[in-house]
Design a protein around this ligand. Sequence first.
Ligand code: BG6
Length: 502
Amino acid sequence: MNSDDPNPQTGPFLGVIFGASGDLAKRKLMPAIFNLFRDGLLAESFAILGMSRKKMTDDAFREKIISDMEELAPGELTAEMKEKLLPHFFYISGDVTKAETFSRLKSRMESIDKECQTGGNAFFYLATAPTLFSPVVHALGDEGLINEREDSWRRVVIEKPFGHDLKSAQQLNHDIQIKLNEKQIYRIDHYLGKETVQNIDVLRFANGMFQPFWSNLFIDHVQITVAETLGVEGRGGYYEHAGALRDMIPNHILQLLSLIAMEMPISFGADDMRDEQVKVLRAIRPLHGEDINHNVVRGQYVHGTVDGKDLSAYRAEDNVDPSSMTETYVALRLAVENQRWAGVPFYLRTGKRLARRVTEIVVEFKKPPFTPFRETTVQSLEPNQLIIRIQPDEGISLRFVTKVPGTLLKLDEVDMDFRYADYFGRAPATGYDRLLYDCIRGEATLFRRADMVEAGWLPIAGIQEAWEHSGDSLTEYASGTWGPAEADALLSRDGRQWRVYV
Ligand code: BG6
């Protein structure tokens, strides 16, 4: 959103949320609607219609929203807010595998549209099991619910995971495009809504000083770390089939990579941006056969102790097979094969139950080819690094070498540090506020286009296939550590190392 926009409010709309009694709706969607409402960004004429199998009246749904909000953000929902906001919420129960549900949905939508003056505009948010994405889109289509008129829009928001491999993602795109025009489809990747992720373009393209250095001429390598301290937190059923590779790489982490590596788009318009992101994703060399052994590490957490607390092994989690071969950690070395990045490795790692929660991108510059500081510590110092802290402690720092004050010539590394919290005070939002707002405004830049989703699966298709046939390369790591030692070797073999957190 441009702050100079004279009319930052959305137009009238009705949002239908499938899976409204679930965790995503509770933790992310309802708080996002609340934030947008509080910030005055929603039209006066809007309504949210929750749907799930659970039977509930409108009033019971409104009560649930109040108690969820009080649990998540105590005290935020004032009496005045409650009075103004809650009449916008409605509820309908139903089984989405039955056609009858959609005819009831249609008449309920028509009556809410009249009552709340939502102008025939509607989005459908599929916060459901992925197996329901295509059937729900088809049922909406059959009932005529996604037909747009000249003066009104209909959009469908689809959560991740979008497919479980390249083939299923292609199939899902094909299935939903039978009913929907690509412009009506909003595929969510909540990383793209994160404030610090949106800032990557600004950092690169609004600052003249970085542009000349942004290539293999000056950059030695790039590291992307998405480390979590949490385990699978009751999502064992989902995670057993996903694993760290599918769960994080083709979507969140490759989105980060594409933003770091893309060429400058001719504008920040949705298609111009996404065209450039897709090109980079397609330039990643897919890993196959022997390459996988040299460039990929996968691990699974076993028990460990963090802050004196005993943490159980992945295999002991609920809904997890006691002999599971699902990876909870993955590290990769990827090559982007184009003129700008030839020879610059991109090291990616992500895992659960690691030592610290941190999502960061490290751009490490080459050491100067010659330095005149003979007999000083300069040779042993680390190269310059630009560190983009996505979360937590959002910010950017630049590490460089400086002289230690004193008579003798001694050098050391220091950080020039920018923290969002210091400059802007407010903690950046989770991403869903911005994404919902953009969807309602018809702004698709931060959503994944069909070709982008498919391009995300391409680099890892060979790895998925290889792992299906061999279960022997899974390494254990203790909960609360930085993952398997093999992941350190992935870099040390190249004379590099992961950024160390102290
Ligand atoms: C989700 C994954 O998409 O992203 C989760 O399914 C992961 O496994 C989560 O924990 C991480 O998101 P965030 O915003 O907490 O970094």
